[in-house]
Design a protein around this ligand. Structure first.
Ligand code: BT5
Length: 243
């Protein structure tokens, strides 16, 4: 059933400012249907969360956006899209290397370094629930202008073809979507939490300049991170704490 939900159409672009921007416009105008994937070889103005940037060397990496009509995908809570996407990437990368973890709220880490990021942008109204799921995965890039970044190549010593890997990512995504539909949102939510980076490990957290030690316990269906600090559970919203 889920085969038709995602990846029935893949549009390959040579160069674009942002696959998310392109997908948002095309989806809004009705020129592409739910499940279509926009992949780019070069992205010049990649977006991260809250005005941040995603930088990706030309031709080296997986840069794509998936458009989804949440009614067609039968997704009840929009946060599940986050869980499904993170797990799909985590499982896809775990075919090549271990220690792949999900760093709340939207990063994928290998050995403590960021290998992938997710940017979900929604067009919600009473009539429609459309989402654009942007995914950037570092594949063959060898050096980064930022700390704590890595690629599949750096972790496995092998070069990959992003054009071929996209099919494996789609397979992984279909598997997780299918699990969501057969086993339910709680099962996906639990898997997301089981794979959290630094879960039940002592770690340093920051709120602006204030530093404290704590342990990631879980996340909530409202999207908060639950951290145990000196025997107390504290809840943080996206952007409130860094670690
Ligand atoms: C993200 O934001 O991680 C979301 C990234 C989503 C990128 C995809 S690519 C296809 C689609 N089209 C778009 O325009 N975007 C999506 P955030 O959690 O805010 O992280 C951004 C931060 O990650 C930056 O401020 C850098 O510190 C770091 N960063 C930037 N490029 C990176 C890279 N290639 N690898 C690792 N870290 C990176």
């Amino acid at each position: 059933m889920s085969k038709s939900l995602i990846g029935h159409t893949i549009i390959q672009l040579d160069s674009i400012d942002s696959t998310n921007n392109y997908a948002l416009i095309e989806f809004k105008e009705g020129r592409i249907s739910s499940g279509t994937i926009i992949q780019a070889k070069v992205q010049t103005e990649g977006k991260g969360q809250r005005g941040k940037k995603w930088s990706s060397e030309p031709y080296a990496n997986l840069i794509l956006s998936i458009v989804a009509d949440l009614k067609q995908w039968n997704i009840k809570n929009i946060i599940s899209l986050n869980h499904i996407t993170a797990l799909a990437i985590q499982r896809f990368l775990s075919q090549y290397t271990d220690k792949v973890k999900i760093k709340w709220p939207n990063d994928i880490m290998i050995n403590g370094k960021k290998v992938a990021g997710i940017l979900i942008e929604n067009q919600l109204s009473s009539q429609q629930q459309k989402s654009v799921i942007g995914i950037g995965i570092n594949i063959n890039q060898t050096s980064f202008p930022i700390d704590r970044a890595t690629s599949l190549y750096l972790e496995t010593d092998e070069i990959y073809q992003p054009k071929e890997l996209v099919f494996e990512l789609i397979e992984s995504y279909r598997g997780v979507l299918n699990e969501y539909h057969t086993k339910g949102e709680e099962c996906i939510f639990n898997s997301f939490n089981e794979n959290l980076w630094k879960r039940r490990e002592k770690h340093r957290f920051f709120i602006a300049d204030e530093e404290f030690e704590g342990e990631v316990v879980t996340t909530t269906m409202q999207g908060q991170l639950v951290v145990e600090v000196e025997d107390e559970l504290k809840l943080f919203l996206n952007g409130e704490v860094s670690y």
